[in-house]
Design a protein around this ligand. Structure first.
Ligand code: ATP
Length: 712
């Protein structure tokens, strides 16, 4: 939206009570976002919303951003509302006058609590608990925050009262979206990434003007405009990757626009940065072709939990997970370790490593399951039975200085020279520096990683080609394309790795026809580049797994008659927000897990109040099957399988491999619940298609047995 266009919200703008933006403004934007699949229109809608708020009620902007991204705050702070389905159901029956039985009927009809609430209120028998007051963005966010912070005795009743008050005041579409906000599943497409783009556009197009804002001057020609948009977007994404907290980003933007962001929102101790990610490779050969001519470090790829350790100059320690959740209280033993590993001259730092369970007597690495046995929170130092070692692999910040733009070799040297190893508790990852010429050495190292119970190796480029430390301009220059050999046997077009494309990721060499960007050895938060490669165990040993979302189930037979089995699993399409069914799974579960599953989805014994299951398919589930019960998408499971087949039954990834058939899994087996992953992080259809291409190229295709028969 080049021209500021308050018209979309025009009729509402006139009626703002006390100058405060109404909640209806936000829900209007949600309705518009939901009415299209076009990413451009979604960005336009959100950018217009933001520009409206910048001009007319900047004070509500931050709250609007949180509500739109369906969070209360950053991932490392309290983000759970703690509202069971039953609280919402009870509040709905109370505020709409509908009976529990009628409400359950509506659940079965719609399958979506927001749609249910909308219809229940429309049918409302007038039953006013109090006179409704119009909702504003600010008071909705404030109440949601209160709900999240309410804990202890009587908290459920108090939460329910807050929910009731909100529902009484909500009208029309507000009811639908408010309810979805309360169940923390807003369902308006992939707004999390779109929000950053929309913010960058809105602030690029708005310039501070004394006390207020005006439209800013940007190039009028298409190319110039596009360049300005991309630059602003890159700055915002870069800042958010280093400081993923809108509470810092939005006020900085309101203070001085995009121009001040980099200076005001750099890395900060106790604010986790988004981790750099590794790209997948087929095997060692593939890796060596990709890194030909470069010096790299091969490191053991330990199977534990990634940890970002922050320590300030007062000695306060915070530990964050791969998904930026605070897990300090899970590892009091690591907290206790920090003063011991700090060498002379270390004041503050941010370091990264893998926490791995070990046998404290022998120092032997234990499997991931052992680590999974540790409590998630409030672990008592004295009662620790699962011992851990931190295998450190990177240093991103030291004594007030960001190290991200230094090459990996330098960061690693700094880490090793400034910190002190402690046997069996804090050690450097095992590594080997090599080049593509060292074939046998690398092979041997890879084998030794497997013998040490690791998953394979991580391979990291050691140096920037041109110089050691780069200024932003130098970095730009050295990112110029270089000619590299094209690795053979890749999938074509559709089989390309989406992983590598994500969020500013480099395009792989095959997409560029033999040209690629020069690889840098800098630490790039939130990027999946080819300067960090993963080489996992051979495909035959089922190293590849998928992170799938359970969406539905059938009632079990025989021994399993009390439970659900099989379970229908799906990949999540990040572009549309839909779930595409990929297989039924009935193996790998323990009886205990079956029972837990039943409890998890039936969080209220009285069927009427349960909104986690319904009898009708949700509009955003894609499958032609008819299971007995449909679930709310709530969790991610890691699933192993024998291979991927083309399927006439399942539509997952349809269009990526075949126009008529989707993909399915043979012999899917439940491995574990990934409580560290949210449903937004489930495997995508593109990832599934990539694995299919990888399998086909590896020549490991099995006979095309229909997936459901194969399950037996
Ligand atoms: P990703 O983290 O890449 O999205 P994922 O969660 O499925 O994917 P993997 O593909 O198994 O994880 O590999 C990456 C993970 O390996 C890292 O996030 C980290 O936890 C772990 N890891 C183990 N050893 C190392 C190492 N030496 N360097 C970097 N990461 C390592």
């Amino acid at each position: 939206p080049l021209q500021f266009d308050p018209d979309i919200y025009g009729s509402l703008v006139a009626k703002w009570p006390n100058g405060k933006a109404p909640y209806g403004l936000l829900t209007r934007a949600f309705v518009l976002v939901n009415s299209t699949r076009s990413r451009i229109r979604i960005v336009d809608t959100l950018a217009n919303l933001i520009r409206t708020l910048i001009r007319l009620d900047p004070d509500s902007l931050l709250d609007a951003v949180w509500l739109t991204t369906n969070d209360i705050g950053p991932s490392y702070e309290t983000n759970e509302l703690g509202l069971g389905g039953s609280i919402i159901s009870k509040a709905l029956t109370k505020t709409s006058g509908i009976t529990p039985a009628a409400l359950k009927k509506l659940y079965n009809k719609h399958g979506d609590p927001g749609d249910v609430a909308f219809e229940a209120k429309v049918k409302q028998i007038v039953l006013m608990l109090k006179k409704p007051t119009p909702l504003t963005i600010k008071n909705v966010y404030a109440t949601i925050t209160k709900i999240a912070l309410t804990s202890g005795k009587g908290s459920q009743e108090s939460k329910q009262r807050h929910v009731e008050r909100l529902l009484v005041d909500a009208k029309g579409e507000e009811i639908r979206y408010l309810t979805r906000t309360l169940i923390q599943h807003l369902r308006i497409g992939a707004v999390k990434t779109t929000m950053l783009i929309a913010l960058s556009r809105a602030f690029l197009l708005s310039a501070p003007d004394g006390a207020g804002w005006k439209c800013s001057e940007i190039p009028q020609d298409k190319e110039g405009r596009q360049e300005a948009f991309s630059k602003a977007e890159e700055i915002l994404k870069q800042c958010f990757a280093r400081r993923p907290n809108y509470n810092d980003i939005v006020p900085a933007l309101l203070r001085g626009g995009i121009g001040v962001l980099q200076a005001e929102c750099g890395m900060a101790i106790h604010v986790p940065l988004k981790p750099m990610l590794g790209s997948i490779t087929r095997d060692l050969e593939d890796m060596m072709v990709k890194l030909q001519g470069r010096a790299f470090s091969c490191e053991f790829k330990y199977d534990g939990q990634r940890a970002q350790i922050h320590c300030d100059s007062d000695g306060k320690v915070s530990i964050f997970s791969r998904h930026l959740e605070l897990m300090t209280s899970k590892y009091p033993d690591l907290v206790e370790l920090v003063p011991k590993i700090r060498g002379d001259g270390v004041e503050s730092f941010i370091m990264e490593g893998e926490v791995v369970a070990i046998d404290s007597q022998t120092g032997n690495i234990q499997p991931f399951q052992t680590l999974a046995g540790r409590e998630k929170k409030n672990v008592e130092f004295r009662s620790i039975s699962v011992h851990v070692c931190l295998f450190a692999f990177d240093l991103m910040y030291l004594n007030g200085e960001e190290l991200l733009s230094k090459p990996f070799r330098e960061r690693r040297e700094l880490m090793k020279s400034m910190f002190i190893e402690i046997p069996r508790r804090f050690i450097w990852v095992k590594s080997l520096d090599a080049t593509s010429a060292d074939v046998d050495l690398v092979r041997g190292f890879f084998r030794s990683s497997l013998e040490a119970r690791c998953e394979g190796i991580m391979v990291k480029v050691l140096d920037n080609k041109a110089s050691q430390t780069l200024s932003p301009e130098e970095k730009e220059e050295s990112m110029e394309e270089e000619r590299v050999p094209v690795s053979k046997g890749k999938g074509k077009g559709k089989g390309k790795s989406k992983e590598n494309e994500k969020e500013g990721g480099e395009k792989s060499e095959r997409e560029k026809g033999g040209w690629r960007k020069a690889l840098l050895a800098t630490y790039e938060p939130d990027k999946r580049l080819e300067s960090w490669l993963k080489v996992k165990k051979d495909y035959d040993s089922s190293a590849d797994t998928l992170d799938l979302v359970p969406i539905a189930a059938w009632h079990g037979n025989g021994r399993k008659s009390k439970w659900w089995s099989p379970i229908l699993l799906a990949v999540r399409n990040p572009d549309t927000g839909t779930f595409e069914a990929v297989c039924k799974c009935m193996s790998g579960f323990t009886d205990k897990y079956y029972a837990e599953m039943k409890e998890f989805y039936n969080d209220d014994e009285s069927e009427e109040n349960n909104i986690n299951t319904s009898k009708s398919k949700k509009a955003y589930y894609e499958t032609s099957l008819s299971p007995a019960v449909w679930f709310e998408p709530k969790e991610v499971w890691e699933i192993a399988f024998a291979d991927i087949t083309l399927s006439p039954t399942y539509s997952a990834a349809m269009g990526l491999v075949s126009e008529e058939r989707g993909l399915s899994l043979r012999f899917p087996r439940f491995l574990r619940k990934r409580s560290d992953k949210s449903i937004e992080e489930a495997s995508t259809p593109q990832f599934l298609a990539d694995l299919y291409f990888k399998q086909e190229q590896g020549g490991k295709k099995k006979a095309d047995i229909p997936e459901d028969e194969a399950e037996g």
